[in-house]
Design a binder for this molecule. Sequence first.
Ligand code: 6R9
Length: 656
Amino acid sequence: MSEGENTLYPVPARLHDASQCPEPYVKSVEQYKEMHRESIENPEKFFGKLANELLTWSKPFTTVKHGGLEHGDAAWFLDGQLNASYNCVDRHAFADPNRVAIIYEADEPNQSENITYGALLRDVSQLAGVLRARGIKKGDTVAIYMPMIPEAVIAFLACARIGALHSVIFAGFSAEALRDRVQDAGCRLVLTADQGKRGGKTIETKRIVDEALKACPSVETVIVCQRTGADVPMTPGRDYWWNEETSKRMTYLTPEPMSSEDPLFLLYTSGSTGQPKGVLHTTAGYLLGAAATVKYVFDYHPNDIFACMADVGWITGHSYIVYGPLALGATTVLFESIPTYPTPARYWELIAKHKVTQFYTAPTAIRALRRLGDEWVEGHDLSSLRVLGTVGEPINPEAWHWYNDKVGKGRCAIVDTYWQTETGSHIVTPLPGAIPTKPGSATVPFFGIDLAILDPVTGKELVGNDVTGVLAVKKAWPSMARTVYGNHQRYLETYLKPYHGFYFTGDGASRDGDGYIWIRGRVDDVINVSGHRLSTAEIESALIMHHSVAETAVIGAPDDVTGQCIHAFVCLKPGISQHSTDLTKELILQVRKVIGPFAAPKKIYLVEDLPKTRSGKLMRRILRKIIAGEADSLGDISTLADPSVVEVLIAKVAKA
Ligand code: 6R9
């Protein structure tokens, strides 16, 4: 395989040494194969058993599995009732109220705080009481736009407690992006904070909410948590202080019994079009997927300290900060800061300080830290670590080895976990005690995942090893998204119709000679910047809103640290000068304003013309080649309406 290396790294011996580590749940490749086979051949038995083992039901389910990919009507654990908040809080609080649920590692390292399951039950109940008192009912949608503070987790669980769907909007999104998402879901209430703190900087969270809500008539109430205590404007009759409201509520509120297939949340994600999709997950299947992967993929054992560095605004935060760990009664770390604040030793200090056993981050963070030098990681006591995970994008072998050698000291399992907002939980991943790894390969399908690689053109399944195509799944699994909020047709068209009878991931993949899966990246117009998913169309439509812009083409270019970065080619309207440096700045600002700072293009090329076919179809492939410095292998450009634009673009990019 060209991008990776084909060496097999065995499971570290320490994981099987009972004097050093708890016994892994899955101990060998053979055991994995046997369990995987059963999960595919007899999902009723496999998942029926797991659902009773990992979740607590107020009413048992009668049917494990119903419907499927054929008609887009997959449903799991029918007739069962349960509540996600009960499963993540109450049952652990009853067993041991003093067990720590959340370790909040604040932006400033000396401000950490522990929240026990007992305290969490009280806080979640009180906020749920506030939501009820403000008229929020089962089935309503609540927006959460919050920094990484314990109240964000409390917000998730309070919604789940009363059966309201939460729609978390990453706090890095701009007012306009927030507005669109609040409008699309018709949210009635917004949970937010006065300000945020990140890497020593202050974020004007409440002001962004105010700006967004100017055009959100569905919102009746805003509950504002005090993170910094800043003096922020409050709209009378709409805005209320979190603490004042919660203090009026009872410390226990009975959880609402929910049916297995009742929606738990929606989460917006980018696809090939400019319009983000509200991916909808339901209660039982999602929760089971999150809990099962924390158990098996992270080999979670009681008393472990689980630390996922993602933001709760993304699916990784949903499944691996909140629902998965808490469903198992784990202690989960909530990290408010960034890996380089106050120094690039922050991650390693955090691990040593809290004796973290499972650590989960993105390749982009590993690459950035590796660049800053080994001295930051050396000298910290990282001996508590057992499993090191990565997510969001492929990990290049250099970063993998650094993670394995410098952080794991060769004694930890590395799990490169492949999954998506839509899959709910990991779908291709090693298991720590069982699967030898290859740097850069996500290895093997998780339980219940019947993986297929398809010929992208014919849609035929490519069986056997040494094949490359698009990655798909053949059967429904419990934690897959059930629909796109308010648009089931779009769900069918995006995921189930491209290859009839399969779930289509949108990623290219290979299966190598050993049957290992290598993810090759998106085959649609989605770009991945630091593990953040963005669509080229979304960025293009942000740019086109600028009064000077006539036309634009956005592409993902390779980047050593962020994986991909955004390059934008912009044609200006007639009469507007290309030679204004301010204009480039303005255009970058425009994208920051419409989407958010994380979507800002790294390079903007102001150009006269774009490469188009005679029928007017933009040839992004040509732009990608020019950026990659592969202009000598452009292939046939005779189909272009004006092949001479290519020379001009090459010169422009070379100069930039
Ligand atoms: C969890 C998450 C999903 C897209 C996905 C793929 C890429 C995620 C990966 C990976 C290679 C991995 N991706 N994990 N690519 N190896 N281990 O990131 O969800 O934000 O929806 O993005 O991310 O391209 O299709 P989401």
